[in-house]
Every structure is written in C-alpha cells, then in structure tokens.
Design a protein around this ligand. Sequence first.
Ligand code: MF3
Ligand code: CO
Length: 255
Amino acid sequence: MITIKNQREIKVMQEGGKILATVLKKVVNAAKPGISTKELDLLAEKLIRQLGGEPAFLGYQSHSEDNPYPASICTSLNEEVVHTIPSANRILKKGDIIGIDAGVRYKGFCTDMARTVGIGRISSEKEKLIQVTRKALSIGIKKVKEGGYTGDIGAAIQKYVAKQGFSVVTQLVGHGIGKNVHEEPRIPNFGEPHTGTELKEGMTIAIEPMVNLGGSEVETAPDGWKIITKDNSVSAHFEHTVAVTKNGCEILTPL
Ligand code: MF3
Ligand code: CO
C-alpha cells in the first residue's frame, strides 16, 4: 500500500529529517582515523535521543527472519555496499571510504539518509566514485514531481552512472517511507522512463543510489545484513528522504 501524507505529517517528517541531517553531519565529522564504527554508532544514538528522536534502524526486522538490526546506523566500509553492523573492532584508517546510513523515528514517522565520505586522503578513484554517487542522487531527485514515474528516477541515475564508467546496484532499491522505514513503492536506481509507479503529491520516498567501481553484483554476508560487492570493488551510497510536490519535491533531510 502506498501512503499519502497530509500537510501535518509532512511537517513532522520535516522536523524528524532535520534532526537526522544534524546528527549525520556530526557523525560524519567524527569519522576520523582511529575511531571505531561502534563509537560512531553510540554517538549517533546519543544525539538522536538528545534531539527527541528514536533510532529507526535499531531492532528493525527484515522480512520474517528473527535477526533484528542491532544498531542505530550502518557503517559500510570500502567494498561493503550497505547495512554493515558497527563494531568495536572496526577502526577507521586513512584511505578508507565509509558509507554512514541512519534513520530517525520522530512523532511516529521515519526519515532515512546516508552519505559516503573519505577518511584522510583517499585515492582519486575513490574520490570520483563518491562524487559520482552524490551527483547520481541529485540527478534522481530532480526527476521527482507529481505525475512523474519511479522509472524516471532510476533511468536518469543509471544513465549518468554508466556514462561515468561505474555500475549501479540493481539487487537493492530505494523505497517509500513513513510510519515504517520501508514502505511501497520500490525506487530502483535503474529502469526505463515512464514505467513503474506514478508519483503523487504527498508521497514520501527515500532515493538511495549505490554505485560500484566494478561490476553491479552484490551478495549478503553470513551475518544476514552486510551487503558486499561480488568482485570486491569499492562502493558508495548516498540517500535522501524527499516529499513529492506538484512541481518537484522537498528534501526532508537537507544537508
Ligand atoms: N537506508 C537503509 C535501507 O533502506 C536502511 C536500512 S534499515 C536497517 O535499506 F535497519 F536495515 F539497517
Ligand atoms: Co533507505
């Protein structure tokens, strides 16, 4: 079921999204050589609660499996695409790239956001991958408006990424979002214009391109969460939650 949010609900998601963006900025700033991903997770949880939200990922149940997500953020390094569980044993080092993904529940509504950043000096290849993924998200966001299609978003993202010589992940997709982190419709980062779901004012969606330096294929690690590239090439991820409007959209998780 696709839910349409009214003005009041959008306003709540705006406030939650502001909390999320503020927290993610602080966590990104704390991502320096020597810190563990567990410390980043604890910082995120503390800040989210201080600002009146709850960590939306903590305890998240995927499918019917009894394997709830045990942290407040995902901290995916290098060849890890998304959903890496933070760990006290994972210490950031110069040259790494880290995708930090976080979710906030505020007054009953969720927002979802991710950014990828380099730790210290990183290779020009990794730098380009991050820039291309960030731009892919903004290109996707520009396609959002009432009467547009989810396929318009995916097609634009895929076309741009392919032209840059990288590949989009097709086994995972963005999603509608609201009372739950994951709602309908699916928001693929690939496809054809004018296909998929027609967008309507009041829909709230999370657009989240995942871009690999090598091939597009990914696989799930034995922990049931971590997604890694099949060819071990590095990967980047950016995500915003947006609300569809008559003529475009409003970014609910502004940087
Ligand atoms: N942005 C991530 C996604 O949409 C959020 C995952 S929630 C988690 O897949 F709990 F699974 F981490
Ligand atoms: Co998401």
